[in-house]
Write a protein that binds this ligand. Structure first.
Ligand code: FEO
Length: 397
């Protein structure tokens, strides 16, 4: 890809990965980008690098601006290998005067690349360095997404290089937010938040407060994945504010799997009950919806309703997978309910209920459990369950 000047003498020199389809269990079905930024000043600085297989693209983009050997500083905002695995090769070419990172970043670089000879330097939160006309300030952002994460802020350009935060896994030829469809952009940003940053929501809230207190003037946010927020940095900050507080809408997500359609029939009746209460419903069959897309639906939902038949004294494997994934992402402030069919033992509903309670999701209704095939009366019970959850959703949003 060609480099793109994003503001005066600051260039995008990253790479587009059109083909990646998985990021730790999150389906990236439209690829991603590894963004890196080159700042040309008296001292030339490279902010972040790319995943190792994209080193050639990255170097080609840099070479169109400057001889890579002339780079003075490499700033490592985040050590996860999607942003740093090309660093060993790059250091050989660049021989940088300084490699700057957070304290945890320096430790993580050593633990990843075992290169004590690198000229790694720690920058503290609030510290500034000058490149000439441009100043870079650093802000530690632990756990967004790893303990080593930090932001770099180019003061004169009012440009925040935000590492993983505000990103999207979306491969595009465009580089800026105003060049793409807005609803698609925000849907990718929401999926990214739900699947990567959700467990650290309290830290996101604190960070946003901190940024406000520091009165940072932000004209542009350049994350390390996806589109650069040139026209709408305020909108993505506003969205993060909402997602970090886990504010819920009048929405319920029904997640289910089914063996012989009994649990599916129950799911549809629960959905009908919710719709009667004018609550938005998403019906997610686990065989047809990826766990990471379901997480995106859960992000702004108030109710989480789980359905599974009993299989070998347990729940369906797809449901166990979903619950394992969900537990790690720690959604807050939801209410829940469970239902399911069984042949003779019927453990699934109890196990799902227990899993929700372990996650501190309040199970507000008794489970509806049906033997073999639901009767009309059973479906009426499911409808009534949906209505009652719908009422609770309305009372709590
Ligand atoms: Fe994009 Fe946490 O790496």
């Amino acid at each position: 890809m060609k480099p793109v000047e994003i503001t005066e003498n600051v260039y995008w020199v990253g790479a587009v990965d059109w083909n990646v389809r998985d990021f730790h269990g999150y389906t990236t079905y439209q690829g991603t980008t590894y963004n890196a930024f080159l700042v040309i000043d008296d001292k030339i600085a490279l902010l972040d690098t790319v995943k190792k297989p994209f080193m050639t693209d990255h170097m080609e983009a840099i070479r169109q601006i400057v001889d890579p050997a002339k780079i003075d500083y490499i700033i490592v905002n985040h050590v996860e290998p999607d942003h740093s695995s090309s660093l060993p090769d790059l250091v050989e070419i660049v021989r940088p005067e300084r490699i700057l990172s957070s304290n945890m970043g320096k430790k993580a670089l050593l633990e990843h690349y075992h290169a004590p000879e690198w000229s790694c330097e720690v920058v503290e939160s609030g510290q500034e360095i000058t490149l000439g006309k441009k100043t870079v300030a650093f802000l530690e952002t632990r756990m967004l997404h790893w303990p080593d994460s930090m932001f770099s802020y180019l003061k004169e350009d009012r440009l925040l290089v935000s590492s993983d935060a505000f990103g999207q896994h979306w491969a595009t030829g465009e580089r800026f937010d105003d060049e793409v469809d807005q609803s698609e952009l925000f849907s990718h940003a929401a999926k990214y938040y739900a699947n990567i940053l959700l467990p650290y929501s309290s830290l996101v809230g604190k960070l946003l407060d901190g940024v406000q207190k520091m009165d940072l003037q932000i004209d542009m946010i350049a994350p390390d994945h996806g589109l650069i927020w040139r026209s709408h940095p305020d909108k993505i900050i506003e969205a993060y504010d909402t997602w970090a507080t886990q504010k819920a809408c009048r929405k319920a997500v029904i997640i289910y799997d089914t063996m012989w359609n009994s649990t599916e029939a129950m799911a549809k009746s629960v959905a009908d009950g919710l719709l009667e209460e004018n609550v938005t419903v998403k019906l997610c069959d686990l065989k047809r919806n990826h766990r990471s897309d379901i997480m995106t639906e859960i992000l702004d939902a108030k109710a989480l309703i789980l359905g599974s038949p009993t299989l070998n004294n347990g729940m369906m494997p797809t449901m166990a997978d979903m619950l394992h994934y969900l537990r790690g992402l720690r959604p807050q402030g939801k209410i829940g309910a469970v239902f399911g069919s069984h042949g003779w033992s019927g453990e699934a509903v109890k196990l799902m209920k227990h899993a929700l309670e372990e996650m501190k999701i309040e199970v507000i209704e008794s489970e509806v459990s049906v033997k073999y095939v639901p009767t009309q009366n059973d479906l009426e019970n499911c409808l009534a369950l949906g209505r009652r959850i719908g009422q609770a959703v309305k009372e709590n949003t």
